[in-house]
Ligand binder design. Structure first.
Ligand code: SAH
Length: 359
């Protein structure tokens, strides 16, 4: 072993992000401290359910343990640099990550629902032409702890008697390109000592990466899968969703079908309506053919305009026509309301606008 110079107080500048630690790692650490493993769950409950991020306040822990925790760990390591609330109650946070980069996450209030939309990467490599998140490519994957910190930060926006009810992995990034960390974070989100949210209320949204969809299917926990389709044929999808050039619609749909078979969860397909591009009756008719045989919900999302990009939401009449074609064919379709559009709630927009202001 080499002799490293000893820092005066080595733990003080190397405190670990506790949200990054798995149950097993934490149990090991607790054992080293001479503590019993049940303390792990007790501490998770303080953090995730009682929303306590200051170890000193965890009143049923021995004082020595509280001090050791404060020496070794932080619960929150990132900084909320901007928070916005729209009149419909939607809140959006811009978070500056201690390890570099900024991501966005959103809290949506809808009746009893308290849904959060969480990011999985800094930027995105998929290159969908209409999306603000991927305009500068991807910087890196988020860690488990960085994903969980977004959830906890959003939870702190709720009054004490309200709980988070749904999670959608639909923020910045491609969750299936960071599946290991996304699954590790969701494990904590669904565990009873964590956020205790059932996988039935958790949705992973993907551009459609077949191998990763299969991996998710084999993982064994039946999360909801949403596939961002955006076009009913390869010619158009290759333009809007460039990764499609290497994959193709058929492979995406087949992987989605396998996921439906293994998970039993009804699929969701997402379709961002772009005026004059994918909103024709012809597109709607083609879409009908793709979806008729499938147990799926089609989620049509009006486009949230991104500054500098040439895409627009179609006119209400055009949207109504598109909708009519699908409804007549018996497709299970939902036209999503725009929530939080006043605060740039489409992924990547807030970060982008602020970067533009900073330039
Ligand atoms: N990469 C994943 C998840 C993040 S994007 C995916 O592609 O599904 C979440 C959804 O928001 C996707 O369907 C995406 O196409 C859509 N989206 C991106 N930019 C948008 C915008 N400006 N307006 C409306 N929806 C948008």
């Amino acid at each position: 072993m080499t002799n490293l110079p000893l820092a005066e107080n080595p733990v003080s500048f190397a405190r670990q992000h506790l949200l990054d630690w798995t149950d097993l790692q934490f149990a090991d650490w607790l054992r080293q401290q001479g503590e019993r493993p049940f303390r792990g769950k007790q501490i998770w409950r303080w953090i995730y359910q009682r929303r306590e991020s200051n170890f000193a306040n965890m009143s049923d822990l021995p004082a020595k343990l509280r001090a050791a925790l404060a020496d070794h760990f932080v619960v929150f390591q990132d900084t909320v640099v901007h928070a916005e609330q729209s009149p419909d109650g939607t809140e959006k946070l811009l978070i500056r990550l201690a390890s570099g980069g900024e991501v966005e996450c959103v809290l949506l209030r809808d009746g009893d629902r308290r849904s959060i939309c969480v990011s999985s990467q800094v930027g995105c490599a998929m290159g969908c032409v209409f999306c603000a998140s991927g305009l500068d490519g991807v910087d890196r994957n988020l860690t488990r702890g960085e994903i969980l910190e977004q959830m906890l930060r959003l939870q702190t926006r709720l009054p004490g008697n309200e709980r988070l009810s749904h999670i959608v992995m639909m923020g910045m990034g491609e969750p299936l390109a960071n599946l290991t960390n996304v699954l590790a974070a969701l494990e904590m989100a669904r565990t009873p000592e964590g956020l205790g949210i059932s996988p039935r209320r958790i949705t992973i949204s993907t551009v459609g990466l077949p191998a990763a969809i299969d991996r998710l299917g084999n993982h064994g926990v039946a999360y909801n899968l949403a596939v961002s389709l955006h076009a009913p044929n390869d010619e158009l999808r290759n333009q809007l969703v460039p990764v499609n050039q290497k994959i193709g619609l058929t492979a995406v749909l087949e992987a989605a079908d396998r996921y439906f078979q293994s998970s039993g969860r009804r699929l969701t397909f997402e379709y961002v309506l772009l005026g004059g591009i994918n909103d024709s009756r012809h597109c709607a008719a083609q879409l009908t053919k793709l979806l008729r045989q499938r147990s799926a919900l089609l989620n049509v999302i009006p486009y949230n305009a991104v500054a500098g990009l040439p895409y627009r939401t179609p006119s209400p009449q055009r949207i109504a026509e598109f909708r009519q074609t699908l409804l007549q064919a018996g497709i299970n379709v939902m036209f999503r309301q725009r929530k939080g559009s006043e605060i740039n709630a489409a992924c990547g927009q807030l970060r982008r606008n602020r970067q533009a202001i900073a330039k």
